[in-house]
Design a protein around this ligand. Structure first.
Ligand SMILES: N[C@@H](CCC[C@H](N)C(=O)O)C(=O)O
Length: 317
């Protein structure tokens, strides 16, 4: 039975207002992740970026890379990122969040996933404002009246060693990458995770899979990198395609949109507030002048909820 898509969490009451409308039962093998048996999950997406929310605050459990890979397999619970919630380390936060890519690697940041957990938690506690902590720092999230979520993604890090790059680079806004001269220089940004942004005349014409898969592993990036291809459409509008580190091509990447907005503003291609159009839809990115923080605003959607068991996953809504 197909699962309903595109139901928006509005952050008012209940786990997510849309969840009561979801009815289905699905069975998936969980042989490679037995430590997660009986744990509830929420499957969401941010602009089609597939997000699995695992709330382990009551009974914390490590999620090894192999377990993440097993869950993300086609036919199990395919996701781009798993947002795993652990008990807060600071009293003013709702949770400490670990972010796992579908290949089992860990990331310091995930913009679309952060909007998803913000909507999940805001709905659960009936608040419009939620603060999380991740490896990259604090994530201040606000539910907007129209159901969109704004996340303060913090300040970008622009130094070569913070991104990180393998060698010192004086100007990280225009770095020529060996073997890729035809693409022109890329702008490097850390949003808590490493990004390289290429400016291209026609983003739809780029072979994102071929270039992304190679560039992700280029020796210039000791921690690999997310690879973006940006076409500036106007001083406040960008078209963007992204190859994500650890997940491949995705329909949207929030931190890539942030890194792109910073890059286009930093190089004078746009102003500090831009609309970024991705295959999954639009994000608004505002690189705030007053404190240098990047604000990302966009939608989230609840797909379905369920419970993991040792040999099956059953829908629980
Ligand atoms: N989809 C994300 C980015 C997730 C992490 C990334 N793949 C990495 O490993 O850095 C987003 O919305 O930002």
């Amino acid at each position: 039975m197909p699962l309903p898509m595109g139901q928006h969490c509005d952050g008012r009451g209940g786990a997510c207002a849309a969840s009561r409308h979801i009815r289905s039962t699905v069975f998936w093998c969980l042989d490679a992740a037995p430590m997660l048996a009986h744990r509830p999950f929420v499957k969401m997406n941010g602009l089609g970026n597939e997000i699995l929310v695992l709330d382990l605050r009551h009974e914390p459990e490590d999620v090894p890379a192999a377990a993440a890979r097993a869950l993300a397999r086609p036919g199990v619970l395919p996701f781009d990122q798993a947002m795993v919630l652990y008990p807060p380390r600071r009293a003013d936060t709702a949770a400490f969040v670990r972010i796992l890519n579908s290949d089992g690697s860990e990331s310091g940041a995930c913009g679309n996933g952060t909007r998803c957990i913000a909507a999940y938690e805001a709905g659960r506690i009936g608040e419009r404002h939620v603060l999380f902590e991740s490896a990259a720092g604090l994530l201040d999230c606000v539910m907007q009246p129209d159901g969109q979520v704004t996340v303060d993604m913090g300040a970008p890090r622009l130094g070569w060693d913070a991104i990180p790059l393998a060698r010192p680079v004086a100007d990280t806004s225009a770095v020529q990458i060996e073997g890729f001269a035809s693409l022109g220089p890329a702008s490097m940004v850390s949003m808590g995770n490493p990004h390289a942004v290429f400016f291209v005349p026609d983003a739809n014409a780029v072979d994102v899979e071929a270039l992304g898969a190679t560039l992700e592993h280029h020796p210039l990036f000791p921690e690999r990198a997310n690879i973006s291809f940006a076409q500036v459409l106007s001083p406040d509008h960008i078209l963007l395609h992204v190859w994500e580190r650890g997940a491949g091509r995705t329909r949207a990447c929030g931190t890539a949109a942030c890194a792109t907005g910073v890059s286009t503003a930093r190089t004078g291609r746009t102003g500090r507030k831009v609309r970024v159009t991705l295959p999954g839809g639009d994000l608004v990115i505002d690189w705030r002048a007053s404190d240098g923080h990047v604000l990302m605003t966009g939608p989230v959607a609840l797909e379905f909820t369920g419970t993991l068991t040792s040999d099956m996953i059953t829908e629980a809504a």
